[in-house]
Design a binder for this molecule. Structure first.
Ligand SMILES: [Zn+2]
Length: 219
């Protein structure tokens, strides 16, 4: 399929080149669509990559798709499937942020619900829960998660303390250090990486609810 697409754009490329337009247009798929998960019903919608909003086809919820840049203290309630960047002097004081992806260079304290990637480029203590597809903790960064963290993939280059539920791979790189409870489908620790705490690896990762049930039975 990718080969076919390449063939098509190569053909179109000649036409565009003749018309004198910017050659970069060749790299932009004509009808580029993105997947958008509804905030309310979690249905996966398709939207144009350039759309600034859409509506959930399943439940009708309005879904903002605009990117948000936070450069100062903000109490605004963020609910977008666009990308959110909290810059160095920015801080998000709200109780929760819903977004597509999130980059944290400033401060965030509430819960984080990201459809795609959350990347911490600076130290943080998150009082709420974190749910995302991929979590990246940069090198020399310390993240403390006080509530459970649910994700598919974790790339830990820095230091993380918390309770992780991973349905995919947890990757601890050379300088990475994890302390806490870990429930993961797969774990990869590079030489030099460190992992401390109770863990359960393989099979289907348990959910937080299942774990609480088990603890209740033990008590
Ligand atoms: Zn919906």
């Amino acid at each position: 399929m990718p080969l076919l697409l390449n063939g098509v754009s190569a053909k179109e490329g000649n036409v565009v080149a003749r018309s004198g337009e910017h050659p970069e247009i060749l790299h932009t798929p004509v009808a580029s669509r993105r997947e958008v998960v509804c905030f309310d019903c979690q249905a996966v919608n398709k939207a144009s990559a350039r759309a600034t909003s859409t509506q959930c086809a399943n439940c009708g919820t309005f879904i903002d798709l605009r990117d948000v840049e936070i450069r100062e203290r903000s109490t605004q309630r963020i609910r977008t499937r666009g990308n959110v960047t909290v810059h160095k002097k920015g801080s998000l004081l709200g109780t929760a942020v819903h977004c597509g992806s999130l980059i944290v260079e400033g401060s965030v304290a509430g819960s984080i619900y990201a459809q795609e990637t959350v990347e911490f480029r600076t130290d943080a203590k998150i009082l709420g829960e974190i749910r995302c597809r991929r979590l990246i903790i940069d090198r020399r960064v310390t993240l403390a998660g006080l509530q459970p963290i649910h994700l598919e993939f974790l790339e830990l280059q820095g230091h993380l303390t918390g309770r992780i539920f991973a349905s995919g791979v947890v990757h601890i790189t050379r300088h990475g250090r994890f302390e806490g409870g870990l429930d993961a489908a797969r774990v990869r620790v590079d030489p030099g990486g460190e992992l401390q705490g109770p863990m359960r690896i393989g099979g289907r990762a348990r959910t937080e609810e299942e774990e609480n049930e088990e603890e209740d039975q033990e008590n």
